[in-house]
Design a protein around this ligand. Structure first.
Ligand SMILES: Cc1cc2nc3c(=O)[nH]c(=O)nc-3n(C[C@H](O)[C@H](O)[C@H](O)COP(=O)(O)OP(=O)(O)OC[C@H]3O[C@@H](n4cnc5c(N)ncnc54)[C@H](O)[C@@H]3O)c2cc1C
Length: 461
């Protein structure tokens, strides 16, 4: 393992970084070191370390200076946006410096070309709001959009309810600026829709979880804002009808802008009356919304009870069911492992049955919801944090779940990334050959393994 070079103790490091950035951009007080050693991961991270200090660069040049300094002195760097990650991605795993991008906040909209130029620390919602002021739309919408950053969304290739129709963050990235080994600044891609010159390093950096370098700016594609929207709620007669209901929606030629699922346990937790097997929230947008809603009402009537939102208040009421799930689960259970597995749509019904089976075998409570239109399920195994045996059973249940999704051609993560918590399973999904190829790529961008060590891969050089 690479350690802070002997000649340089913590005090000397902080002093030098303050010389580079100025006093107010380097924080070494315990309060900051503790605060920036966490993200939103709901399970304890055993490797969590307090960073030596946290730095807050305000320009790409400052990021370059910090990276150059850290690379020369072999100091590990932990890039960080808002710390809303759910797999320990920005959690320091060893002695090093947290590089917070939160002060890189500039946004510029280029209306003529339907583009946004956003620095890494821009909050996703601020970007969406700014685009809307120009009648444009930035669709990527992780549920954390009110506080997560563009840099974090890019590093995780984040998605949300709208991915089904509009795609994930990667689909909107045209050009990226990043700082890699030795402080080298690169710009990859071009601010154009079509560009096939050479390897697509732009898309490659997206989803790299801070392990290849630090993203400082992105040129993002914007699209026209959809004119109107319609929302339906289907209470399913039986959970076994879920997969067929989803298939029915698509077979009517409709591509919803969002298609969310809540299982029976979720409905019970939310206090929904009636003995339903689960629920689907279907949202459509764009042109001919009324016709689309009518088609859906007809298509779904045999699957259960269909409710159509008449206005924005009713729409919000339907969506509040989905949005209140996270906090509700946190209230009823001290511990939860929230996974974000993905399976082919044709395997959805089998997967939901399997989840119930796993929960039964390990004697655990489970609540499942998620973006079912793209096969992405948030499976929450609940446990009591004080009950070690139950916690261990929850961990084993997750292993079985991962084995199952891999066996049906799915993925261990559709949104939250690998980080620390899913690192052990990456090789299983990719296979030895592809896993090693990824390691080779890592070595090209970061030969000393100083960018976000311990994430994606456990190994050090
Ligand atoms: C309530 C809640 C709901 C969520 N819902 C969703 C959802 O619907 N969909 C979804 O995909 N995710 C979701 N997430 C997870 C999380 O919000 C996303 O992964 C988000 O993109 C992280 O952004 P951040 O700015 O908080 O990044 P951080 O958590 O700070 O960092 C995430 C990763 O990105 C790296 N990183 C951050 N900035 C940079 C940069 N500039 N350059 C290089 N690497 C960088 C970090 O090192 C880390 O590995 C949710 C989280 C919460 C708490």
């Amino acid at each position: 393992m690479v350690k802070l070079s002997k000649e340089m103790g913590k005090e000397a490091l902080v002093k030098d970084l303050k010389k580079i950035l100025g006093e107010d951009k380097v924080k070494a007080e315990d309060f900051f070191r503790e605060l920036y050693s966490y993200d939103a991961t709901p399970i304890p991270i055993r490797e969590r370390k307090r960073p030596l200090c946290v730095v807050f660069p305000t320009s790409v040049e400052e990021v370059q200076e910090v990276v150059k300094f850290c690379y020369k002195n072999e100091v590990a760097m932990f890039p960080r946006g808002a710390g809303s990650g759910l797999t320990g991605g920005s959690v320091p795993t060893r002695e090093g410096v947290v590089i917070s991008l939160e002060r890189l906040k500039k946004i510029k909209i280029d209306q003529r070309n339907s583009l946004a130029v956003a620095q890494a620390g821009v909050i996703t919602k601020d970007l969406q709001d700014e685009a809307e002021r120009f009648g444009l739309f930035y669709p990527p919408d992780p549920s954390s959009y009110k506080y997560s950053t563009v840099g974090g969304n890019l590093a995780e290739n984040s998605g949300g309810p709208r991915c089904l129709k509009y795609g994930v963050t990667r689909e909107y990235v045209l050009e990226l600026e990043a700082v890699i080994k030795e402080g080298e600044r690169i710009r990859v891609g071009n601010p154009v829709i079509k560009n096939v010159a050479g390897y697509d390093l732009t898309k490659f950096l997206v989803g790299s979880e801070g392990t290849l370098g630090i993203i400082t700016e992105a040129v993002l594609k914007l699209i026209p804002k959809p004119k109107s929207r319609g929302t339906l709620l289907l209470y399913l007669k039986d959970v076994s009808l879920t997969g067929d209901a989803v298939v029915e929606i698509f077979s009517r030629g409709i591509l919803p802008s969002a298609l969310e699922f809540l299982d029976q346990n979720c409905l019970k937790l939310l206090g929904v009356d009636g003995n339903y097997g689960g629920a689907l929230i279907v949202e459509v947008d764009g042109e001919c919304v009324k016709e689309q809603v009518e088609t859906l009402k007809e298509a779904l009537k045999d699957f259960g009870k269909v409710l159509v939102a008449k206005d924005k208040t009713e729409e919000d009421k339907i969506w509040s069911l989905r949005r209140s799930l996270g906090p509700t689960l946190a209230k009823i259970s001290s511990g939860k492992i929230n996974e974000d597995v993905v399976v082919p749509r044709s395997e959805l019904s089998r997967t939901l049955k399997e989840v119930e089976g796993i929960a039964k075998r390990f004697n655990l409570k489970v609540a499942t919801f998620g973006h079912i239109g793209d096969g992405n399920l948030h499976v929450n195994f609940l446990y009591n944090k004080k009950n070690k045996d139950e916690e261990e059973r929850a961990e084993r249940a997750v292993e079985e779940l991962f084995d199952f999704v891999i066996s049906v051609g799915g993925s261990i993560t559709g949104e939250h990334g690998v980080g620390i918590t899913k690192r052990e399973f990456l090789k299983k999904q990719l296979g030895e050959g592809v896993y090693n190829l990824m390691l080779e790529v890592k070595k090209i961008f970061d030969p000393k393994f100083l960018f976000n060590p311990g994430k994606l891969f456990k190994v050090s050089p």
